[in-house]
Design a protein around this ligand. Structure first.
Ligand SMILES: Nc1ncnc2c1ncn2[C@@H]1O[C@H](COP(=O)(O)OP(=O)(O)O)[C@@H](O)[C@H]1O
Ligand SMILES: [Mg+2]
Length: 323
């Protein structure tokens, strides 16, 4: 694992974002900068960290960690559903099949948890919701308790800057944008992907708590997995060996996801509104350390990030895609 000194050295080298002139049609997302060229999409995974739907800070090596984690999972799940991955020309980039995104995000939850207003726990505990996106929830659930079976809580994918909205299958279908057959297919695939994720993570002593999948349609009408899969940006992970004892004691779980930064922000009084507080370097380094630790724990591989500027390497590796 990279040392704290090495991660600290990488602070000024972070990949804040890119602006390529001749790489295709540009879409700057919260975390990734996207370029579309016909049936291909080049996705540059920056080091930006987003929380509460806002960009908060650059975290050393975060883009590489996310990209390599997603490709690890694409490989491990391609027998369940095809995915968009074509090529990985740089640690911070992936070339994928351009799809038309399905207008729904498939969220699968194995445990009742969360702090934001869209979380299962907030809905259950604060708002008293007992039917969450079509799932009947029993009385008496405790925070971080495991559901009998994982539940699917779809949400509509919000336009730039908006928050996603949870919905039931019926509500999604009522919008008339996808067919029931398409919904059922994505639902079934999502549950199987989650099962696979849970199983592989468990072997590494990690609990895959919940996650979000995005699907897209290829030009020939096939539905495939797009975006990212089982990364710390799209999923929550807890340490399995401490789960029981912490749950019994009513304590928070030990987490390896971006909750660390969310909690720092919340401690400064920021929960999404107003100006984002300044993130100190120590917090950026610790966040990076956790991302790298997550990668190594979950994949069982050593993270191969190297201290140095990311942008020039990326430019070199993407040259062949420029027109
Ligand atoms: N294969 C694909 N085809 C079309 N769109 C994709 C594909 N893979 C990912 N996307 C989209 O690209 C964007 C990735 O950048 P991201 O930073 O996540 O943006 P956002 O802020 O919209 O979530 C997302 O909007 C995602 O839905
Ligand atoms: Mg996204």
């Amino acid at each position: 694992m990279l040392s704290v000194e090495e991660i600290t050295q990488q602070l000024p080298n972070c990949l804040e974002g890119v602006h390529f002139e001749n790489l295709g049609e540009e879409y700057i997302g919260k975390v990734r900068d996207n370029y579309t060229q016909g049936d291909r999409r080049i996705i540059v995974i920056s080091d930006r960290l987003s929380a509460f739907d806002k960009v908060i800070a650059n975290i050393p090596f975060k883009g590489q960690v996310l990209n390599q984690m997603a490709t690890f999972w694409f490989d491990k799940t391609e027998d369940i559903v095809g995915n968009h991955m074509v090529e990985v020309p740089d640690p911070n980039a992936i070339v994928v099949k351009q799809c038309s995104a399905m207008p729904v995000e498939m969220v699968v939850r194995g445990y009742i948890t969360g702090v934001t207003t869209t979380s299962a726990w907030y809905n259950y505990h604060e708002k008293g919701v007992r039917n969450f996106c079509g799932n009947e929830l029993p009385e008496g659930l405790q925070k971080n308790q495991k559901f009998d079976k994982p539940i699917l809580t779809p949400s509509t994918k919000a336009a730039h800057g908006d928050h996603d909205v949870s919905a039931s299958k019926e509500e999604i279908l009522a919008e008339g944008k996808i067919t029931e057959e398409e919904f059922d297919y994505m639902a079934d695939v999502s549950m199987r992907l989650f099962e696979r994720g849970v199983e592989i993570a468990a072997k590494q002593g990690i609990i895959l708590v919940d996650t979000k999948y995005e699907f897209g349609k290829t030009p020939d009408g096939k539905i495939i997995l797009i975006d990212e899969i089982h990364t710390p940006d799209s999923s929550r992970f807890w340490f399995a060996n401490e789960y029981d004892q912490r749950f019994a004691a009513g304590e928070e779980q030990k987490k390896i996801d971006k909750e660390y930064v969310r909690e720092f922000l919340a401690g400064k009084g920021f929960i999404g509104e107003g100006e984002v507080p300044e993130i100190p370097d120590e917090v950026r380094v610790e966040a990076a350390r956790r991302y790298i630790e997550a990668y190594e724990l979950i994949t069982g591989k050593t993270f191969d990030g190297e201290v140095g500027l990311v942008l020039p390497r990326l430019e070199e590796n993407l040259k062949k895609y420029q027109s």
